[in-house]
Design a protein around this ligand. Structure first.
Ligand code: SAM
Length: 247
């Protein structure tokens, strides 16, 4: 049975992704699992056509089943395949990729670059390592136009929205290194979820540093220690004095 709650009402995380989908667009949702996002977008009259792309058989079948059960097969094409290989040029003008690691999202975009010619907007929700996506966007001439950070069920998520434009524009007001790591818009807003995320990351790196101090002093551990110290210093600079609640 289709769980009505999930196509009529999304999680706050997916709702935030949906908020950035332009009205009347043609969306390809890559890694669509149950096809909740495209189903919701069609049912809300927000998109004219959707593609639910899935690489794994089980999630592909459940996406197919849900789309059929909701009577949305004319509006949503469920396709099995790796990343952007499920779309043909002109199929979609907006791509959503949510609920995966940032490196995987960046590698999906990298391998499918030739499918992006007619795409105007990317809406990406990495669970971790959003900086891999920011780097990819800068290197590939996509301009980050908005960022959100939310906390839901004790997890913190970032949502990155990009369009073609000036890739370095959002980094004019911040240091490029800091902006790529934590997000140029998020860095300027410093919301509660942002401060919490980076305080937790910093504490985690401090723990890693302590473990490395206890390890045999090889060239490799020394190098790793310097890397971790750099990250701690970077995050301390970003957090300034605003983190006391989570320290
Ligand atoms: N996008 C949904 C969401 O945010 O709730 C589902 C997220 S689920 C954790 C990640 C999905 O991405 C899985 O169903 C997985 O099979 C799919 N996936 C992972 N790598 C993929 C790839 N290269 N191409 C297409 N789908 C992929």
């Amino acid at each position: 049975m289709v769980n009505k709650l999930n196509t009529d009402k999304l999680s706050v995380r997916l709702e935030t992704v949906a908020k950035y989908v332009p009205k009347n667009s043609r969306v390809a949702d890559i890694g669509s699992d149950h096809a909740y996002l495209p189903s919701y977008l069609v049912k809300n009259g927000q998109i004219t056509f959707g593609i639910a792309g899935e690489v794994a058989k089980g999630p592909f079948q459940s996406a197919e089943k849900n789309v059929m059960a909701e009577g949305l097969s004319e509006m949503i094409s469920v396709r099995m395949g790796d990343g952007l290989e499920v779309i043909q040029p002109g199929d979609a003008d907006c791509i959503t990729i949510a609920g995966m690691g940032g490196s995987l999202i960046a590698s999906i975009l990298e391998s499918g670059k030739d499918k992006l010619a007619e795409v105007n907007r990317l809406i990406l929700q990495p669970n971790i390592n959003a900086s891999a996506i920011r780097n990819w966007l800068v290197e590939n001439n996509w301009e980050l136009i908005a960022e959100e950070i939310i906390e839901e069920d004790s997890k913190i998520y970032e949502i990155l929205v990009a369009e073609r434009g000036e890739p370095l524009k959002p980094y004019r007001e911040v240091s490029l290194e800091n902006g790529l790591l934590v997000g140029p818009f998020l860095l300027q807003r410093k919301e509660k979820a942002f401060l919490k995320k980076w305080s937790l990351e910093k504490n985690n790196w401090k723990r890693i540093y302590e473990q490395l101090e206890g390890a045999a002093p090889t060239a490799e551990t020394e190098e790793k220690k310097q890397e971790v110290l750099k990250k701690i210093a970077l995050v301390e600079g970003v957090l300034d004095h605003e983190e006391s609640e989570w320290s």
